[in-house]
Design a protein around this ligand. Structure first.
Ligand SMILES: [Zn+2]
Length: 357
């Protein structure tokens, strides 16, 4: 019998390793012609499925227990608004794209297991899981509001509509082990997800459906829109959220936030998580700062203070920084760990080794 993600998390003493930055890896492998398209990683689902598969297999080869589908930017509203040049005109066309994205990850996982049978002998490793990515409303807006949480007072109903169709298809897919809500920067969007998820599971008469809730932070204890973590944890543990709504959440944490405060976020969440007792998920970006103008990246301004505090001698020793942070995450209760933008398969190996070996 296949265990659910909830059962795996409660029985595993070691953290589960997530993959790294799929979008940035697609770009690094030369498929960057459509970077300015608001659907750009979706175009890869349609035009470069083999590249996605190859990258996901590379992440599993380097220790990832969980791969995340390429559907971060693939919302129905986004597809219908911007997908005409991809011949996406109807809801059924959107469903085809979601299904294709699921199939790519499913095939990557099955091929990887088939090509590496020894890795799975005697339960040495769990059969990799597939998380269905749901990016935020801000990813559809393509105005970087997933990093500011500034949704210009958009209503909770619009946020539910935005998440509805992709979530429904991911929930109906047997290939998806759990849903990963990623880079959520806005408190109203958290509420929309909590309510919509439970309603959909009930309407579709499903059971054992779960999601991780990864938030976009502006500093180590504050959501991008300015809400303090405490307020979010209080809300999630309060009776404003029904027991049934609560039971779907399997982890709370952060992704795509700056690497060098990720350990402080995990520490803070761990300290204030006493009412929820939820496993912590953390997969920050590489720590480089994205320069809007030139599509390039520069060093994190937090670096000098960080290496001093962590007593890391060589600030250019990126593996040492990753090892230090991984150990901090795990020591503070993180149960699902990995990387987001510009975290490569080699970086995942480093995180894996520091966490597991
Ligand atoms: Zn990211």
């Amino acid at each position: 019998m296949t265990l659910t993600i909830k059962e795996i998390l409660s029985s595993s003493t070691k953290p589960l390793i997530l993959d790294g930055g799929l979008g940035s890896e697609i770009e690094d492998r030369g498929y960057d012609d459509d970077l300015n398209d608001p659907l750009w990683s979706t175009i890869a689902i349609i035009n470069h499925p083999d590249i996605i598969k190859e990258i996901q297999k590379d992440f599993m080869k380097n220790g990832a227990d969980i791969i995340i589908t390429c559907s971060y930017q693939t919302s129905a509203i986004g597809l219908l608004e911007h997908g005409k040049h991809l011949n996406i005109m109807t809801e059924n066309d959107c469903i085809d794209v979601f299904s294709k994205s699921n199939k790519i990850s499913f095939e990557a996982r099955e091929e990887f297991i088939k090509e590496n049978p020894k890795l799975f002998e005697n339960n040495r490793r769990i059969k990799p899981l597939i998380a269905g990515s749901c990016g935020p409303y801000g990813a559809y807006k393509a105005d970087r509001s997933e990093y500011t949480g500034d949704y210009k007072n958009v209503s909770i109903e619009i946020l539910k509509d935005f998440h509805y169709l992709r979530l429904k298809i991911l929930l109906l897919s047997d290939e998806i082990n759990f849903i990963a809500f990623e880079t959520i920067p806005n408190f109203e969007e958290i509420k929309a997800i909590v309510q919509l998820f439970d309603k959909l599971v009930k309407d579709l008469k499903l059971k054992d459906k779960y999601y991780s809730l990864s938030l976009s932070f502006k500093n180590y204890n504050t959501l991008a829109d300015g809400t303090k973590i405490d307020e979010i944890l209080n809300y999630l543990s309060s009776d404003k959220v029904t027991q049934s709504e609560k039971e779907h959440i399997i982890a709370i944490g952060t992704n795509c936030s700056p690497l060098l405060f990720s350990h402080k976020t995990v520490e803070y969440l761990n300290k204030f998580n006493n009412k929820l007792h939820l496993p912590i998920i953390v997969y920050p970006n590489s720590g480089e700062v994205y320069n809007k103008s030139g599509r390039d990246h520069s060093k994190d301004p937090l670096l000098d203070d960080f290496v001093k505090e962590a007593k890391i001698e060589d600030k250019n020793d990126y593996n040492e920084i990753l090892r230090y942070l991984t150990k901090q995450w795990v020591a503070n209760g993180a149960k699902i760990i990995g990387g987001c933008c510009r975290i490569t398969p080699a970086n995942i190996k480093c995180i894996h080794d520091a966490a597991i070996l």
